[in-house]
Design a protein. Structure first.
Length: 206
């Protein structure tokens, strides 16, 4: 098998919440809510995940980064389960208790290059096929290979076929494809188009 070498802002939404670590496979965030309304739940999940990120990075200002805020906006991708409890603090009648996938959150933090973050051994692994488009020279390929080599979510990769300036790659990813694609898009070298024959097409920008 051929392997490439090592191939918005939510600060205003944050309310004081109690944050505790869950079992080894999850982080738990708790956010006050007035009801179990779907719209309020979506905002509360973002608040809970934002506080997880703040605790893991030890940086209360981290949400001022646009890429971090964008990742937190996708809080529903990282939720394992959630429920409601009575809120004894009086800030709101209820509190949402959400458990987030530890491996996926750690992988997201590593993707963002945040201090102390790294994919954990128990992070789930997924397989994906993506087209890399615009590879017209060895230099182009080295740019793409270098990007993938330093991506903490790429555990393994192999080319399946080549067609003109396109290469179909099979990737083994820590976490899901969406997190990988979000991180690639944020880096700006490759334009991301989802669901185009393969599971995604990544086009090299000029």
């Amino acid at each position: 098998m051929f392997r490439l070498p090592c191939l918005v802002v939510f600060a205003a939404l944050l309310a004081p919440v109690r944050l505790v670590h869950a079992a080894p496979d999850g982080y738990t965030g708790i956010a006050p809510v007035n009801s179990q309304d779907e719209a309020e739940r979506a905002a509360a999940l973002k608040t809970a995940l934002a506080n997880v990120v703040i605790e893991q990075t030890a940086d209360a200002t981290i949400l001022s980064r646009a890429d971090v805020a964008s990742a937190v906006a996708q809080a529903s991708r990282y939720v394992l389960q959630y429920g409601y409890e009575r809120n004894s603090s009086g800030a709101a009648p209820l509190q949402l208790v959400a458990q987030f996938d530890r491996g996926a959150v750690d992988a997201m933090l590593a993707q963002l290059g945040l201090r102390g973050a790294a994919p954990t051994a128990n992070a789930s692994t997924s397989q994906a096929k993506v087209w890399i488009v615009g590879v017209r020279s060895a230099e182009d390929w080295l740019r793409v290979a270098g990007l993938l080599a330093h991506d903490p979510l790429v555990r393994d990769s192999r080319p399946l076929q080549a067609d003109g300036d396109r290469v179909l790659m099979e990737l083994s990813l820590a976490g899901g494809l969406d997190g990988f694609l979000d991180g690639i898009a944020a880096k700006g070298m490759l334009a991301v188009e989802r669901g185009t024959g393969a599971e995604a097409t990544l086009t090299l920008k000029r």
